[in-house]
Design a protein. Structure first.
Length: 228
């Protein structure tokens, strides 16, 4: 009898575990469906213009079920920023690997080629970031600003490992990193918004951005940090 009860408990435990795992998987899928639905809605609209009901309907759930996954629409937006920033993080990481391998300042052509390839592959995420960087939802703006500052700091750390920049102060390194990131993001915004400019607009944007980056890189090579 004891063995029977133990066997029953074991089966019940395994069944409960499988059921729990299934619920967790379902919750994860629904959460991702909410994020995907939101990304579709903001393809040509601002985040502040979409409603919770629209997002829930796109994910195939009732509006009240939304709160099982996100505390608010602002929480959803910040999560979308973090997910989209992972794309940009991969872009910068690839560029930093190139820096480390060559132990030299990056070239404008290489830097832009890496960025533009990722823009082509992840256009919706970049459109969202560019639009919302100066958009109407304060929480999302702050999340983007925080992520960009972290990226600049990471790039500054990698720049500090280059022999030519070994004597630079952390402040100068961060300033240079912020310039590079800012120029890159401006290029992305211009390229994504170049439809009205006509044929050849993207080439002009790329060439202008390359010149801007060359100026920064040349300036970095000639910059002499002040003595402490």
């Amino acid at each position: 009898m004891t063995r029977t009860r133990n066997t029953t408990r074991a089966r019940s435990s395994r069944s409960s575990g499988a059921e729990s795992e299934s619920r967790a998987e379902k919750k994860s899928r629904t959460r991702q469906a909410l994020l995907d639905a939101t990304m579709e809605l903001v393809a040509d609209r601002s985040f502040s213009s979409i409603s919770l009901r629209e997002v829930a309907r796109g994910a195939g759930i009732v509006p009240t079920a939304f709160y099982r996954h996100f505390a608010s629409m602002e929480d959803l937006g910040v999560t979308l920023v973090e997910d989209s920033m992972r794309v940009l993080r991969r872009t910068l990481r690839e560029g930093r690997r190139d820096l480390a391998a060559r132990q030299a300042l990056p070239t404008a052509q290489t830097s832009l080629a890496i960025l533009l390839r990722h823009v082509d592959e992840n256009e919706s995420q970049f459109r969202f970031l560019v639009r919302e960087q100066h958009g109407g939802v304060a929480e999302i703006r702050r999340a983007i600003d925080t992520e960009l500052r972290l990226f600049s700091k990471e790039l500054a750390i990698d720049l500090s490992r280059l022999p030519d920049l070994a004597e630079w102060s952390p402040e100068d390194l961060e300033l240079a990193a912020e310039l590079i990131v800012s120029i890159m993001l401006t290029a992305v915004a211009d390229i994504l918004d170049n439809d009205y400019r006509g044929r050849g607009a993207e080439r002009e944007i790329v060439e202008r951005t390359e010149r801007q980056l060359v100026m920064v890189f040349l300036g970095m090579g000639q910059w002499r940090p002040r003595a402490h």
